[in-house]
Design a protein around this ligand. Structure first.
Ligand code: PLZ
Length: 450
């Protein structure tokens, strides 16, 4: 085996397989893993990574794979992006932790300033920093309940908000996220999602009916003035990259405003340039009251945030929010490097360009293979949904088969969806166009092999 290269954009940007997938070195690590790592924590790829950068992952056998996953929409700026890695190195040499609740530091404040600048709306905002997406969602709900003195939270079919107790309750899908992990938190009410492909009566009726159905359910089953918050992913992530029809989110925002309900946009997967704008809400000018962010915010370091209207955020008494590690200085340094990269390299523009390259090829694929029932998404957050041809019956087996064929040929492709029948594409926004085209060719070959 050759020496392990350093990661970052300097890595040769090419797919190069030198062994089968997984190779012998990864197989050895898999065996060690089995006797040390809990079975409940699983991995999609069977290879162990030694370096990554730009649009490639290098494994323990020296294989170079094309990355269409970004570690689930995290390394949008690329792995070991120079501005991230440099700032992390510098910060780690200065101090690694004081606890912001004990002795504060500037970078935490600077991240909150950036969040105020970049998130939708020009109103006065405040932010609080946490470690994971789930923790941000938990805190957004805490804040909304505190501010409104109400308890009910409305979440959607196909929603994903995390794996902690409250966020499991908000997440829709049972297996693998919730099965026998209950009892779950109370006062969570679920309403249908505006899911055009699967709306009874079809996409046109979805646009016309979804909001009324949801508002009707809230009125009849919860009562508007019992609702603290409505939480929605403006483009759903784990649940299947579901894009609601134009007009739906603005209607929902208007409804929340009319009834004093806090609208929480969970932009943990869709945020930070992924969809071709800073946030997915921006495409329709929707201004949520609270926004949860994580993933792409810090180029791979664990950081999450709740950002929102000053009066809502500041309704919470001093010391009502916090946590030992929230806004860790190394993670904040990474976030400042990541946000600077997004702005300096116009990664929102890159995301739009990725969409322009990928969408026509995905649509052509759908024209060729009737197993593809839908092509959807925005910018560099794209997906295809697989069903038995001519029906809406999900085809998770074909989805798995395509994903596995991609992996065997050196393309990191992820699946998602309540029914496990969606292939999703989340390339790093810095991926080269040749690599992007090559990845799409591998995907096409995988469909040809079905
Ligand atoms: N909200 C919209 O996408 C995380 C989950 C991976 P954490 N999605 C990836 C898995 O199987 O655990 C996510 C999300 C949205 C919240 C979360 C939760 O973020 O950082 O994983 O807690």
């Amino acid at each position: 085996m050759s020496a392990i290269p350093a990661g970052g954009p300097g890595l040769p940007q090419r797919r190069h397989l030198v062994t089968e997938i997984p190779g012998p070195a990864s197989r050895q690590l898999l065996a060690r893993r089995e006797s040390a790592v809990a079975r409940g924590v699983s991995s999609i790829l069977p290879v162990f990574v030694t370096a990554a950068g730009g649009g490639v992952l290098i494994d323990a056998d020296g294989n170079s794979l094309i990355d269409f996953g970004s570690g689930i929409a995290v390394t949008s700026v690329g792995n070991s992006a120079p501005r991230v890695a440099d700032r992390v190195r510098e910060q780690a040499g200065q101090f690694t932790h004081t606890c912001f609740m004990v002795a504060p530091y500037e970078s935490y404040v600077a991240v909150c300033e950036e969040l105020a600048r970049r998130t939708p709306g020009s109103h006065e905002k405040r932010s609080a920093l946490f470690n994971s997406g789930a923790e941000a969602v938990e805190n957004a709900v805490k804040i909304a309940r505190h501010a409104t003195r109400r308890q009910a939270v409305v979440a959607f079919d196909h929603a994903y908000h995390g794996r902690t107790n409250l966020t499991m309750a908000l997440t829709a899908k049972n297996m693998p996220y919730k099965d026998k992990f209950g009892p779950f938190a109370s006062e969570i009410y679920r309403v249908p999602m505006a899911y055009p492909l699967r709306w009874p009566g079809g996409p046109e009726r979805c646009a016309a009916e979804a909001f009324d159905v949801i508002a009707g359910l809230i009125h009849a089953q919860v009562g508007e003035d019992n609702v603290a918050a409505v939480i929605i992913e403006p483009i759903q992530g784990e649940g299947g990259f579901v894009v609601p029809p134009a007009g739906f989110l603005p209607q929902l925002a208007e409804f929340c405003q009319a009834h004093g309900i806090v609208l929480i946009a969970d932009e943990i997967q869709s945020g930070f340039c992924r969809t071709g704008d800073w946030f997915a809400c921006d495409h329709e000018g929707v201004v949520p009251d609270l926004v949860t962010t994580a993933k792409g915010i810090a180029g791979g370091l664990p950081l999450a945030a709740v950002t929102g209207r000053a009066e809502i955020m500041d309704s919470v008494h001093p010391s009502g929010l916090g946590g030992t590690y929230g806004g860790n200085p190394v993670a904040c340094a990474a976030a400042l490097g990541a946000i600077e990269t997004m702005a300096a390299e116009d990664l929102a523009g890159r995301a739009r360009r990725i969409g322009e390259i990928m969408l026509p090829r995905l649509r052509k694929l759908a024209d060729t293979y009737p197993v593809i029932a839908d092509v959807r998404g925005r910018g560099a957050m794209l997906a295809v949904e697989l069903t038995r041809p001519g029906t809406l019956e999900p085809d998770p087996a074909a989805t798995q088969q395509v994903a596995k064929a991609c992996h065997a040929n050196g393309l990191v492709a992820l699946t998602c969806g309540t029914f496990g029948n969606v292939l999703r594409f989340l390339p790093p926004l810095v991926i080269g166009e040749d690599l992007l085209e090559e990845g799409l060719s591998i995907l096409e070959d995988a469909f040809a092999g079905l």
